[in-house]
Design a protein around this ligand. Structure first.
Ligand SMILES: Nc1ncnc2c1ncn2[C@@H]1O[C@H](COP(=O)(O)OP(=O)(O)OP(=O)(O)O)[C@@H](O)[C@H]1O
Length: 217
């Protein structure tokens, strides 16, 4: 479903964040991406969502080459993808409900279905009772759940999370991981970047290890 062929990402300063990556991820697979800080984990995830573009190689998603997508096509790709950002990107001047609603409104979803979609997403992450509160009043773990609700509200087939357990204690981190696992179990392709190897000790899923922009064998 996701295929990288000889993909490199060189930033304008000349630095290769990713160097000649070949990768295949099957539909419905759950995959972890690990590596030291600066190894290229975020860059790899951003390439899949066309937030960054590769400087060499090709990336295809469901057979569509996204390395050279025309800007007008990007929103169609994004509808397939839910992204949980490392820095959350929550809107602190809007309540929980509106934070989840916004991506649906931007995608032009029918107003008659959006409220029930938003509540279904909040329910999945256990935040239904907090729909009217402002994000500033949420704990770190609740904010992360809110980010997950926002990422899944349009029912993407690919869910990507960049360090979703950073700054959470281990019990809460496991809860968050269980949430991603539940999406995997209903057929969503899930990619999670984490430097937290303790979380992966007993995983059955594939672990991609990045070292200075290259995939370790
Ligand atoms: N826009 C940019 N311009 C220049 N260099 C960049 C840019 N974005 C990332 N880099 C560099 O590319 C390398 C890989 O960054 P990336 O954020 O992908 O790493 P990471 O593995 O996600 O790290 P972390 O765990 O610290 O988030 C780093 O050396 C980073 O400084």
């Amino acid at each position: 479903m996701i295929q990288f062929k000889h993909v490199s990402k060189r930033f304008p300063d000349g630095y290769f964040a990713l160097n000649n990556i070949d990768l295949n991820i099957a539909a419905g697979e759950m995959v972890y991406v690990t590596g030291h800080s600066g190894a290229g984990k975020s860059t790899l995830l951003k390439l899949i969502a066309a937030i960054e573009r590769p400087t060499a190689g090709s990336i295809s998603i469901s057979g569509q080459n996204i390395a050279q997508l025309k800007p007008g096509i990007v929103p169609f790709l994004r509808r397939k993808i839910g992204f949980v950002f490392q820095d959350h990107k929550l809107l602190f001047d809007r309540n929980v409900f509106d934070n989840v609603l916004l991506p649906l409104q931007i995608s032009g979803f029918d107003n008659r279905v959006v409220a029930s979609r938003v509540r279904a997403a909040l329910d999945k992450v256990g935040l239904l009772k907090k729909e009217k509160v402002m994000p500033i009043t949420l704990s770190g773990g609740e904010r992360q759940r809110l980010c997950i609700a926002r990422a899944v509200v349009h029912r993407p087939s690919i869910l990507i999370a960049d360090e979703p357990t950073g700054n959470l204690d281990i019990a809460y981190a496991r809860d968050i991981m269980a949430m991603f696992y539940a999406f995997h179990q209903v057929g969503v392709t899930v990619l999670i970047a984490t430097h937290d190897v303790a979380l992966l000790e007993d995983t059955r899923h594939r672990i991609l290890s990045l070292q200075q922009g290259k995939l370790a064998a």
